[in-house]
Ligand binder design. Structure first.
Ligand SMILES: C[C@H](O)[C@H](O)[C@@H](O)C(=O)CO
Ligand code: MN
Length: 418
């Protein structure tokens, strides 16, 4: 422990204690939270199955920063580096295309054995894993996937999603913790469709087939991720947010809320308490949309802060799986992971460091003056001192020192990659 960090924490602790917040308890609580680090930030969403296939599905990565991972071993090394700079014990989120096998297989052939090395690594590092079927960047995804009106194409994707659920359940069993299997498809139309019903009925029925096999909730939970629009599907998204909200509620599965998948002025955090009185639980894709679903690296902006605050203030952490979803190739990809994860954790810490009961009391007695005054004053409380102490406690660099480590890694490892 460095002395200045300890001293600053001692002062901060007193200041928070004066308003009824016990910082030691807060840090203990924060250390229990897992965020799921999306592996696809490490290689621009290419994966190892068809790495030469262009990224499709209306999502896009910009930039060409040197050193992206091109093998599973490289990606794991990058994740190791990133995780060593993020306080706490977390999960890694894989897409199906991140197989680690010498076999030449297609998406409708994946099996748990193709991901064994990921599981072995996760066990060694004490990590959890999440999973996603990859319903894009594939020759069969150009005209729809699960909602395709071509029975052969649709059957291919149903098989892929069924197999993805088996892989997810295998992860959960092996790692003894829930693996979320998140289903997102890019199906939609560039221009106004005439028939808006049939694609959605096909999607509903296809999903019902995918979900037929039952798994233990302790190992695998299904989640469905809606979206407003994608590039090339601006007029109609089959798996829209309303569609999946209804689907998740009626099938008792998780609803995935991606921060970039709504109208820009919507407050995504406001959706948590609209869904959870009825729904099983949420999966979050914490992201940063700039004008569109641009998947910028998460920072501690107002939207992210509101996500953290809402989860904490409303006691939603037990029902919410927190993942991140961004991919930026204009900066060092390992740094991107670290920045996004640290910022997400900071939003949770900020939420925990408020005098929630005092604020709730003020609100329930109609004292909105106190509610506004205290929340504003909290913004200049010594949150940074608590964060730095937490980093130190968790044996990760407290401040920008982590960047020195990433720069060093870049020089020694990333720049050597072809
Ligand atoms: C890789 C994608 O981000 C992802 O699977 C999906 O979650 C999404 O957000 C598409 O916009
Ligand atoms: Mn997403």
């Amino acid at each position: 422990m460095t002395k200045p960090i300890e001293e600053a924490y001692a002062l901060a602790k007193q200041k928070y204690a004066a308003i009824g917040v016990d910082t030691d308890t807060v840090l203990e609580k924060l250390s229990q939270i897992k965020v799921s680090l999306q592996c696809w930030q490490g290689d621009d969403v290419l994966g190892f199955m068809f790495p030469d296939q262009a990224l499709t599905g209306g999502i896009s990565v910009s930039g060409n920063y040197p050193g992206k991972a091109t093998t599973p071993a490289q990606l794991r090394a990058d994740l190791d580096k990133a995780l060593s700079l993020i306080p706490g014990n977390h999960k890694v989120n894989l897409h199906a295309i991140y197989v680690d096998t010498d076999e030449k297989i297609d998406l409708d052939q994946i099996e748990p054995k193709h991901y064994e090395k990921w599981v072995q690594w996760a066990k060694e590092k004490g990590l959890g894993l999440d999973f996603n079927p990859t319903c894009f960047s594939h020759p069969k995804s150009t005209d729809g996937t699960l909602s395709s009106n071509d029975p052969e194409t649709q059957a291919f994707w149903i098989e892929h999603v069924k197999r993805s659920r088996k892989v997810a359940a295998y992860f959960g069993e092996e790692l003894n913790q829930t693996c979320v299997n998140n289903i997102w498809i890019p199906d939609g139309y560039k221009d106004n469709p005439i028939d808006k019903m049939s694609p959605r009925v096909r999607l509903r029925d296809a999903l019902d087939q995918c979900l037929e096999e039952k798994f233990d909730d302790a190992h695998m939970l299904d989640a469905v991720e809606g979206k407003l629009f994608g590039i090339g599907a601006e007029s109609f998204t089959t798996g829209s947010n309303d569609f999946y909200l209804s689907y998740a509620l009626t099938r008792d599965i998780l609803w995935t809320i991606d921060a970039g998948h709504f109208h820009p002025t919507e407050d995504v955090s406001d959706k948590f308490t609209a869904f959870l009185p009825f729904g099983k639980g949420l999966m979050l894709h914490v992201s940063r949309p700039i004008r569109w679903d641009s998947d910028h690296v998460v920072i501690l902006d107002e939207a992210t802060t509101r996500i953290g605050e809402t989860l904490v203030r409303n006691d939603l952490l037990d029902k919410t799986f927190i993942g991140m979803d961004f991919f930026d190739a204009t900066i060092n990809r390992v740094a991107a992971m670290v920045i996004g994860a640290r910022s997400t954790l900071k939003s949770l810490l900020l939420g925990m460091l408020s005098p929630i009961e005092t604020l709730k009391d003020a609100e329930s007695t109609g004292d909105f003056t106190t509610r506004l005054a205290v929340t504003e004053e909290m913004k200049s409380f010594p949150f940074g001192a608590v964060w730095e102490f937490y980093c130190q406690q968790q044996n990760v660099p407290a401040g920008t020192e982590w960047l020195t480590e990433v720069k060093d890694y870049e020089q020694k490892i990333l720049t050597e990659r072809k």
